[in-house]
Design a protein around this ligand. Structure first.
Ligand SMILES: N[C@@H](CCOP(=O)(O)O)C(=O)O
Length: 415
């Protein structure tokens, strides 16, 4: 696997070592060697693997191993057959969004309840291959739950630098239940990333946050599985929530590779939806700025979007905006809760961050960016049970909006 700096273009090397950033400070990106990859042969291979049950390559990530981590030895793979998640259509949600067709890809059905598993199985497997036995992250709760689960499966140690702001209690409990050691830190996710960048190497900790390029490689599988489920014919738009922007970066990179190999005919456009109180990337593009100005105090009901300084913005810019002709939009917490209530009542269900995708799609159709005749897929990133407080809030919003004065029952007339 080759690691190239996004800033200076240098190739980073360091055998047996975890690589996150170049010496110049730029993010590292991986380059897929697509020589010899034949689209028809790959399609047949992926179909065969899909038809198998409970083999390491039958899951929705490692099924696409050739496009994710070709050289990783099979005995380093730690997997729970993650991916293989549902793709749903629901008439009420399509009507609410206003598009001709709408699919919802429920990464919330992953083993730890979020899309993080797609990337984490790859990051942890790669770390084990390099010889690490201690895995670390900072997190608003989904990343830590996922990392703790895979570390426990591998019999390794998990250390979580837990922010004292913007996390959901049930996600923290899930992380602890998988046996992770929790170290409280002051500040939010952004402070945690700064801490790990400074100290992880000295503590021989393998960092599993999405600034680790292997996380992005794993998350590309969401694009691959979506394409596979739709028989390699993609919708016009893919709409996803933007916090740390790993999803946007991975989706854009995955689509770019699918197109290059000839597995899809064209790259769908990407829409990134940020919460109004944590929208530095949207603001940067809106103001045509060339670099991101962090939001000091992110504020949103969507715990997974509680991020003011998304580390992956250069990758999201390259892959989701430039190569996938992407757009950004921001939505209010109220919009998020309203969309969440609809997704929950459709029987699919999700956490608030995921609902931002549907709220954003509705906004983009209303403002004319997306045409009603176009088709879209929204990515649902986390499970409904991840954030119980938000369930209560969206339920009361739903009940208020539906409250009508019931006519008093009439007494029965005697015959
Ligand atoms: N929502 C995330 C925050 C971003 O984490 P990362 O894994 O992309 O670094 C979380 O669950 O922690």
């Amino acid at each position: 696997m080759r690691f190239i700096c996004m800033e200076c273009g240098c190739e980073a090397s360091g055998s047996g070592q975890a690589l996150y950033r170049c010496e110049c400070g730029g993010l590292l990106d991986t380059v897929l060697d697509d020589r010899g990859l034949d689209a028809d042969r790959l399609k047949r291979l992926f179909d065969v693997r899909l038809s198998e049950r409970n083999t390491p390559l039958s899951g929705g990530v490692w099924r696409y191993k050739e496009l994710i981590h070709p050289e990783l030895p099979m005995d380093s793979i730690v997997t729970k057959n993650e991916g293989n998640t549902g793709l749903y259509e629901h008439a009420d949600l399509r009507e609410y969004a206003g598009t001709r067709r709408l699919w919802l890809k429920a990464q919330s059905e992953n083993p730890s309840g979020s899309f993080k598993d797609n990337g984490m199985t790859v990051a942890v497997s790669h770390g084990l291959w390099l010889g690490y036995s201690r895995f670390a992250c900072t997190s608003t709760g989904n990343t830590s739950s996922s990392m703790a689960m895979y570390a426990a499966l591998a019999g390794a140690e998990a250390v979580v630098y837990l922010p004292d702001q913007g996390v959901s209690l049930s996600k923290v409990l899930q992380t602890e239940a998988y046996g992770a050691q929790l170290v409280r830190i002051e500040g939010g996710y952004d402070a945690g990333i700064r801490y790990l960048e400074e100290h992880a190497e000295a503590m021989r900790l393998y960092v599993c946050n999405s600034l680790n390029p292997l996380r992005i490689e794993g998350q590309k599988s969401i694009a691959f599985e979506l394409a596979h489920q739709l028989d390699w014919r993609m919708p016009d738009w893919i709409v996803l929530p933007g916090g740390a922007l790993s999803n946007a970066a991975a989706m854009g990179k995955g689509l770019d590779e699918l197109k290059r190999i000839g597995l899809i005919a064209s790259v769908p456009r990407i829409a990134i939806v940020q919460a109004e109180g944590a929208a530095p990337f949207h603001r940067m593009l809106l103001n045509r700025e060339s670099s991101l100005r962090p939001v000091d105090q992110p504020a949103t009901i969507a715990s997974a979007l509680h991020i003011g300084n998304p580390p992956n913005w250069p990758k999201a810019l390259r892959y989701a905006i430039e190569r996938a002709r992407g757009v950004t939009v921001s939505v209010s917490d109220r919009d998020i809760l309203e969309a969440k209530a609809r997704i929950d009542r459709s029987g699919i269900g999700c956490e608030p961050a995921s609902a931002a995708a549907l709220a954003g799609l509705r906004r983009l159709v209303a403002d004319g960016t997306i045409h009603p005749e176009e088709t879209a897929a929204c990515l649902l990133t986390g499970h409904l049970l991840k954030d119980p407080e938000a369930i209560a809030l969206s339920l009361s919003l739903w009940k208020d909006s539906k409250q009508t004065v019931q006519p008093a029952p009439r007494p029965l007339e005697p015959d």
